[in-house]
Design a protein around this ligand. Structure first.
Ligand code: G6P
Length: 606
C-alpha cells in the first residue's frame, strides 16, 4: 500500500528517494511522486502514473537537491492519476505533503475551512495540505503550530511528511495508526514508512508513536508528544539484511520465496528448539501461561494469514485443549461476538501492519484482553502493541502473494501448540515430535521443488484460457484449498473458489460445465474416498480434474504426489504445489507475478 520516504541533508536526495521508493514497490501502488529541494531555491515536483520507472523517465538533471519527500500511492480517494498522485501542495504552493492513511472527516474539513479553495484532484491529502497552509498563513502561525492545529482537527489514520518551500532543510512528520519511522544517517536523516526503504542508507531507526510530531533536520531529530513536550528516545537497530531483500538470480520474488520454504522450516526449528531437549520447544513462560489461562483463543487475521489460522485451529485445540475461533479482522471489530470469560487474542500477520487487525487489537486491549502477535516483522505495529510476540523468522517477504509467511505461520503455531501442550502435560503434544515432523515437511517441500517442470506442464494443459476454476478438499485439505484458490486468483486473475468438497453438491456444482478446471486436494486417508467421490461427481458433469494427493492416498493416475507428512502439518505440504500452480498459471498469461493489479502487500487502511 502507499509508501513514504524523505531525506534531509544528503548530497543526493533524488537518488535516495528513488531507491527508497523502489524498495517500497513490493507493497503495491499505482502512481508515485517526489519533491526535491535545495537551500538555493532549486525545487522540483515530479509525479507519474504507473511504475517508479515511469517516474524516473520524467526526472531530469535539474531535479536534484539535499532534501525531499517521495510517495507511492495506492488509490483510495480518487483514481490513479497524476493530479491525485502525491506530493500535494497547499493553495499558495508553499507547503508540500505526502500522506499514507485515510482522513475520515475530509469532507467536513473542506466545507468548514476550505469552502473557497480550488482543488486539482480528489484526494483527502490535498485537503489536509490546504488546511495546513491556510492555518499557518492566515493565522500567522509557525509551521509547527499550524501543523499541530491541523492535526487536532483531523480524524482518521495518517502518516504525514510535510515540507515548507521557504525552509526546505526540515521535514515535519506526524502519525496516527499508519506506520512511520525516522532513519538516522551520518550527517543526514530520513523518514520512511518501512525500514526496508532506507536500509541501504542506515540500520538505525527511531520509532514514532501515535499522536507525536517529529521535526527532522540533517543533524537533529526532535520528537514532540501530544502535550507539546519534547521526548527522548533511543534508536533501535533494524535486523534487516540487504541481501534478504534482493531477488538474487530469480526472475520473481515469489519463486525465490517459494524456494526458501524448506530453509524457513529449518530456521524455525533452530530458533524455537530448546537447548535442553531437542524434542521440546523454547517459548517464553509468560506466553505459555497466557495460553493456559485462556478459556478460548481468538485468532484474528486477514487474507492468507487467516487461512494459516484455519490450518492451525484443529491441532491447536488438540494440543492445548482450548477451543479456538478463527476470525476475519475486518469483520470482527465491528461485529464482536459474545466473548468468553477469559479470552486470549492471537493476531497472525506477516507484515504486522494490517489496519483491520490493528483496529481489533486496539478495541480488545481496551476491554483488557491480552494480545499475542505472530509476525514476520520485529518492531511492527502489531508486535509493539501486543503483550507478546512470536516471530516467523521467514526473512522479508516481498512478493505480494504470500507463500513462505503462510507456511511459517502454521509452523510457528505448531511450535506454540506443542510448547503449551508439553506445559500442561497433554499426551497428544508429548507424543508429537515436532522437530522430526517439521524436518519431514522440509524434505517434502524440497522434493516438490524438484517437480517444477512437471507442474508447469500440467498447469499449461489444465488452466489454459480458463476464466474460472475450483479447488476442493475436506478437513485440512479444505483449508489448504482456500489458500490455494486465493493464490491463484490474486496473481493470475482466474476466478477461483476454495470449496469444501462435500458442500459442492449443495449449490455450487451448478457452475461446473464442460472443461471447468477443478483441482482436488487429498491428504487424509480416512476421508479420501469421499473426496474422490466428489471428484467423480464433477467429472460426470464435464470438469477436468487435477489431483494433488499425499503419497499415502495416491493412486496410479493422480497428477501430483506430495510426500506424506503429519496430519497436523499437512496444509504446509499440500499448499506448496498450489503456490507453484499459481506461479506458472500467471507466467503463462504473461502477467507480473510479483505485482498483481489492485493489490497491496501491506494494507494499512481499513
Ligand atoms: C494483504 C496481502 C495478503 C495478506 C493480507 C494480510 O491483502 O496482499 O497477501 O495475506 O494483506 O496481511 P498480513 O501482513 O496481516 O499477513
Amino acid at each position: 500500500m502507499c509508501g513514504i520516504v524523505g531525506v534531509v541533508g544528503s548530497k543526493n536526495a533524488t537518488d535516495i528517494l528513488i531507491q527508497g521508493l523502489q524498495k517500497l514497490e513490493y507493497r503495491g501502488y499505482d502512481s508515485a511522486g517526489i519533491f526535491v529541494a535545495d537551500k538555493n531555491g532549486n525545487q522540483n515536483l515530479v509525479k507519474a502514473v504507473g511504475r517508479i520507472s515511469a517516474l524516473q523517465e520524467k526526472i531530469g538533471i535539474e531535479v536534484n537537491g539535499s532534501s525531499g519527500i517521495g510517495h507511492t500511492r495506492w488509490a483510495t480517494h480518487g483514481k490513479p492519476s497524476e493530479v491525485n498522485a502525491h506530493p500535494h501542495v497547499s493553495a499558495s504552493f508553499r507547503f508540500v505533503l505526502v500522506h499514507n492513511g485515510v482522513i475520515e472527516n475530509f469532507k467536513e474539513l473542506k466545507e468548514k475551512y476550505l469552502a473557497s479553495d480550488k482543488f486539482v484532484g480528489e484526494t483527502d491529502t490535498e485537503i489536509v495540505v490546504h488546511l495546513i497552509g491556510k492555518l499557518i498563513e492566515e493565522e500567522n502561525l509557525s509551521v509547527v503550530e499550524g501543523f499541530q492545529k491541523a492535526l487536532k482537527l483531523i480524524e482518521g489514520s495518517f502518516a504525514f511528511a510535510l515540507m515548507d518551500k521557504k525552509n526546505p532543510e526540515v521535514i515535519y512528520v506526524a502519525k496516527n495508526k499508519s506506520p512511520l519511522l525516522i532513519g538516522l544517517g551520518d550527517g543526514y536523516n530520513m523518514v520512511c514508512s518501512d525500514a526496508m526503504a532506507m536500509i541501504r542508507e542506515t540500520n538505525r531507526f527511531l520509532e514514532i508513536h501515535d499522536g507525536e510530531m517529529v521535526i527532522v533536520r540533517k543533524d537533529a531529530v526532535e520528537i514532540i508528544d501530544t502535550d507539546g513536550v519534547t521526548r527522548k528516545r533511543e534508536p533501535y537497530i533494524a535486523k534487516l539484511d540487504l541481501s534478504d531483500i534482493g531477488k538474487g538470480t530469480y526472475p520473481y520474488y515469489m519463486l525465490k520465496e517459494i524456494d526458501e520454504q524448506p530453509a524457513v522450516m529449518r530456521k524455525i526449528m533452530q530458533e524455537y528448539m530448546s537447548e535442553d531437549s531437542p524434542h521440546q520447544m523454547k517459548v517464553d513462560q509468560e506466553i505459555l501461561e497466557a495460553v493456559v489461562k485462556a478459556d478460548r483463543i481468538y485468532i484474528i487475521a486477514a487474507g492468507t494469514s487467516s487461512h494459516a489460522g484455519w490450518a492451525a485451529k484443529a491441532f491447536f485445540e488438540q494440543m492445548t485443549q482450548t477451543p479456538v475461533e478463527v476470525c476475519l479482522s475486518s469483520e470482527f471489530g465491528y461485529n464482536i461476538p459474545l466473548l468468553s470469560q477469559n479470552p486470549l487474542f492471537i493476531y497472525i500477520s506477516q507484515s504486522g501492519e494490517t489496519a483491520d487487525s490493528r483496529q481489533v487489537l486496539v478495541k480488545m486491549k481496551e476491554l483488557g484482553c491480552k494480545a499475542l502477535t505472530i509476525t514476520n516483522v520485529p518492531g511492527s505495529t502489531l508486535s509493539r502493541e501486543a503483550d507478546y510476540t512470536l516471530l516467523l523468522h521467514a526473512s522479508p517477504e516481498i512478493a505480494v502473494a504470500s507463500t513462505k509467511a503462510y507456511t511459517a505461520q502454521i509452523a510457528v503455531m505448531a511450535v506454540l501448540a506443542k510448547a503449551v501442550g508439553e506445559y500442561i502435560e497433554n499426551s497428544t503434544a508429548r507424543s508429537f515430535n515436532l522437530i522430526k515432523e517439521l524436518s519431514l515437511v522440509a524434505n517434502a517441500i524440497e522434493a516438490l521443488l524438484t517437480e517444477k517442470e512437471l507442474i508447469e506442464q500440467k498447469v499449461a494443459k489444465h488452466l489454459q484460457d480458463t476464466r474460472n476454476a475450483f479447488y476442493i478438499g475436506r478437513g485440512a485439505d479444505y483449508y489448504a484449498s482456500m489458500e490455494a484458490a486465493l493464490k491463484l486468483k490474486e496473481i493470475s486473475y482466474i476466478q477461483c473458489e476454495g470449496f469444501a468438497a462435500g458442500e459442492l453438491k449443495h449449490g455450487t456444482i451448478a457452475l461446473i460445465e464442460e472443461g471447468t478446471p477443478v483441482q482436488a486436494l487429498i491428504s487424509n486417508q480416512e476421508i479420501a474416498s469421499h473426496t474422490r467421490g466428489n471428484v467423480m461427481e464433477v467429472v460426470s458433469r464435464g470438469a477436468k480434474v487435477l489431483t494433488i494427493v499425499s503419497q499415502d492416498c495416491a493412486q496410479a493416475d493422480d497428477d501430483l504426489v506430495v510426500q506424506t507428512v503429519h496430519p497436523f502439518l499437512t496444509c504446509i505440504a499440500m499448499v506448496v504445489p498450489t503456490q507453484l500452480v499459481a506461479y506458472y498459471a500467471t507466467l503463462q498469461r504473461g502477467l507480473d507475478v510479483d505485482k498483481p493489479r489492485n493489490l497491496a502487500k501491506s494494507v494499512t487502511v481499513e
